[in-house]
Design a protein around this ligand. Sequence first.
Ligand code: DO4
Ligand code: MG
Length: 300
Amino acid sequence: MRILRYKNKRETIVLAALADDERVYDLPHSDFMELVYASEREGKPTIQYVKDLIAGQEPIEEAFDELQLAVPIAAPEVWASGVTYEKSKDARNYEATAGKLDADTFYDKVYEAERPEIFFKSTAARTIGPGQPVYLRSDSDWQIPEPELGLVLSKSGKVLGYTAGNDMSCRDIEGENPLYLPQAKVWKHSCAIGPVILLAEAVDDPYSFDLACRIYRADEKVVEGTANTKQLKRRFDELVEFLARDNELFDGTVLLTGTCIVPPNEFTLKEGDRIEIEISSIGVLNNPVKKQESKIPTAH
Ligand code: DO4
Ligand code: MG
């Protein structure tokens, strides 16, 4: 069972369920967390609560792929884990050492360390949903999407659901100096999530999601990569435990779990590209790429 938000004929954003038979049912709750709270009040797992709600109800007329989707949750915060897959460690080493991969870097150390890399990625205002453009930074010449599984968390750190995420990244800025990480990771429209939230109760094994990333330029596929969450070096409960340690979490926080798909080193995103991030049982997060319309003049 998957939960989504879409704009209906009255131009109102509404919450809905996408059932296993691919039919869409409107839900009488304003957002994902309201749905979770309502299921808790009834003492039912959210998946059962939704099944009971839609039983005997007519699906909406439109098919899922005809809907104008919105971001599935206005996550108050998006955090991200890094260097959780060997592929990411190797890519970070490449950008930090100008290709001299034999250096013993911070990335090698964090890959092996007990404490994972966790960084602040986005706020609700910076996070976009399916179909909306991710923006390019104006001061980077080496930008890539990072396709990642996202955990949707409660304030107690419980995994409520799974979504797909794009941790847009500037390899040149981070490679110049890891202290520039916030600038390499956080800017307007630098984070996309969606298209839906797959309820956690519907997932038997979260270490078996297939991920794929495809990048199209002028309708031609220029990048394609695949991965599986079984390649993760970390466990999700370990990442959540470190995120929550001495911290305050908010309901609906999203934690991205790191990338295992990195485009070839010579690749950088360009305006007009289109990014597809697909995760099995979740669906395809589709975003065009745009240049940022900068309102702030640069210093030089
Ligand atoms: O250290 C940089 C971040 C790495 C990252 O975002 C990832 O591995 O997904
Ligand atoms: Mg990442």
